[in-house]
Design a protein around this ligand. Structure first.
Ligand code: GTP
Ligand code: MG
Length: 303
């Protein structure tokens, strides 16, 4: 077997405590394995036994078979091992069809590791090697949504959880790379508002976040631009201009997304009633794959 043909990409998942990282990763991978793969005629699976076993036992079974949400991800101490998945598509070339493999490593960071600059330095060095970063922000932690949703829907507010502070720590780390200080950060960054289900009532009728999620076998660029503009507006409404200004001033290639991994608010016992009904969870990931050239991007609304 020629392993030299396998492109390996590392995607890091970061976000403050309770932002929804563990749930997002579980649902994303479950979707990739069960639905999104078919959409792109791709197959997705764990690339080693450690990943296959851990994903099934620690992530998928509790959520999908027991409808139970996992507790907080514990901080590392030792180097965290990523879960590694293989995304395989067919590529047509002169020599006929051949498989194209992309390895994707996911780190499910503990939000606890992001509460101080020091601990970011110590625990998130791997961010410097990421080919893409998915940054999750919990809109329910933002000042502007406090009056909008019942208290039990929200994770307890903690000062060190403030989205802008957390983003600032990640930026500091990325800027400490040699030569990075006086240019925009190059790595693609998907900035996602999670738990969008809880704020459904706050969106205008015509919002792109009310549309059915795209199902065509390409990344829908025009739909994504609409969502980007909507999230930018929501960030200003709920969080002031801080996050948007920070992203614009530090990142060359950032895109906004709105996702719901669960599709509804869990009950008092933090159990998922009525099953997991994700909305747009795969979008940020598909954008990355299109940036990497693994899947095509197209303007569905365009001519
Ligand atoms: N309404 C709603 N709530 C969600 C969703 N995803 C997660 N939550 C809630 O947010 C809580 C935290 O989610 P986790 O995925 O464990 O958060 P995390 O970012 O991994 O947190 P740490 O591991 O502590 O860093 C869950 O227990 C749910 O109550 C969602 O899609 N919708
Ligand atoms: Mg977690």
């Amino acid at each position: 077997m020629n392993f030299g043909r396998i492109r390996s990409r590392m995607i890091a998942l970061v976000g403050a405590r309770d932002a929804g990282k563990t749930v997002f990763m579980t649902v994303l991978i479950h979707e990739l394995m069960n639905r999104v793969g078919a959409r792109f005629n791709a197959s997705v699976g764990g690339s080693d036994d450690h990943t296959r076993h851990r994903f099934h036992a620690d992530y998928e079974t509790p959520l999908y078979e027991e409808a139970r949400l996992l507790g907080a991800t514990r901080r590392t101490g030792v180097t965290r091992e990523p879960l590694v998945f293989r995304f395989t598509t067919q590529r047509r070339g002169l020599a006929g069809r051949r498989p194209q493999h992309t390895l994707l490593s996911f780190f499910d960071t503990a939000g606890e590791d992001l509460t101080s600059g020091e601990s970011v330095e110590a625990n998130l060095r791997y961010l410097n090697n990421a080919d893409g970063i998915i940054l999750l922000l919990d809109p329910l932690q933002m000042e502007g949504t406090r009056q909008l949703v019942p208290a039990r829907t929200r994770a307890p507010g903690r000062v060190e959880n403030r989205p802008l502070d957390m983003l600032g720590r990640v930026t500091d780390l990325l800027m400490s790379r040699p030569g990075a200080a006086n240019r925009l950060i190059q790595v693609p960054m998907a900035v996602c508002l999670t738990k969008i289900d809880a704020l459904h009532g706050e969106l205008d009728e015509g919002s792109p976040l009310h549309r059915p999620q795209p199902t065509a076998p390409f990344f829908d660029e025009s739909d994504s631009q609409d969502v980007h503009a909507q999230i930018q507006q929501l960030l200003h409404r709920w969080d002031g201009g801080g996050v948007d200004g920070h992203v614009g001033n530090h990142y060359r290639n950032a895109r906004y997304f709105g996702v719901s991994a669960l599709g509804g608010v869990p009950d008092e016992g933090n159990r998922v009633r009525g099953g997991v009904r994700p909305y747009r969870v795969a979008d940020p990931f598909l954008w990355m794959l299109s940036e990497f050239g693994v899947i095509p991007a197209r303007d569905a609304a365009g001519t």
